[in-house]
Write a protein that binds this ligand. Structure first.
Ligand SMILES: [Zn+2]
Ligand SMILES: [Zn+2]
Length: 250
């Protein structure tokens, strides 16, 4: 088992918002993680920030655990899982946040597992014209992309600067700009649509170097049975990219 697969020690902490199971060291936290928001101070919110009802002894205020804003019970009644903040139990959230968290539950229940199970791709490093058949998967601690073939690579997720998903019918170049997702340089995110994903170009920093390394993943044409698996892995990666973008934007 390589270093990147080490199970990071976790501890139970109690915050204002509830019990959380977090890594012992902050450096070991998941790249998909979000920090708990600061709570809007009680004295700054005399009224519900959604329906404007005035708070008093009967109408009590509640803070949404995801956005930290202040609401009445009616506007902040839903308890929804919030794995990105490491909460052990579902926590109280406003309607808007509850909707986002519910959508993310799908990522945690499905796509994250797809990414961890891995898929097979032809991998090309830099501008090399040689490619290698490799199994690509997300490490159990969610912090590395692990590639296994004749060679072995571990790419730290936080070092990835751009993810470009390539779709059927488009060759890499200007035409696939609609699927371009930049994490650090651009605020612009567009959907790839319903076309099947057939590859991905990653740009990432290797520790100790300021220059970006590029790696291209191509779904294998020869292994037709794996094609569907590769496509769902890439779709999951696309979704993961959006979550990473939000985490960094925080
Ligand atoms: Zn309200
Ligand atoms: Zn909220």
């Amino acid at each position: 088992m390589s270093g990147c697969e080490a199970r990071d020690a976790k501890k139970l902490v109690r915050s204002l918002s509830g019990l959380r199971m977090v890594p012992e060291h902050r450096s070991a936290r998941s790249p998909f993680g979000l920090d708990e928001p600061p709570w809007v101070p009680d004295k700054e919110c005399p009224r519900c920030m959604q329906c404007d009802t005035k708070f008093d002894f009967i109408t009590r205020k509640h803070h949404c655990r995801r956005c930290g804003k202040c609401f009445c019970d009616k506007c902040c009644s839903k308890k929804v899982p919030l794995p990105r903040m490491c909460f052990v139990d579902p926590v109280r959230q406003c309607a808007e946040c509850a909707l986002i968290s519910q959508k993310e539950t799908e990522f945690y229940d499905k796509q994250l597992k797809v990414l961890m199970n891995g898929a097979t791709f032809f991998v090309t490093l830099g501008t090399s014209d040689k490619s290698e058949l490799m199994v690509c998967r997300l490490s159990n601690n969610q912090r590395y992309l692990v590639l296994d073939g004749d060679s072995h690579y571990e790419i730290e997720i936080v070092q990835i600067s751009t993810v470009q998903i390539l779709t059927e019918g488009f060759t890499p170049g200007e035409k696939d700009i609609h699927t371009y997702t930049s994490l650090l340089e651009s605020q612009h995110i567009t959907e790839g649509g319903n076309t099947r994903a057939i590859g991905m170009i990653l740009q990432y920093k290797v520790p100790g170097s300021e220059e970006l390394t590029q790696m291209k993943f191509t779904a294998s044409e020869d292994f037709s049975s794996n094609k569907k698996l590769s496509a769902s892995w890439l779709a999951a990666m696309h979704k993961a990219t959006k979550l990473l973008y939000e985490s960094r934007d925080q």
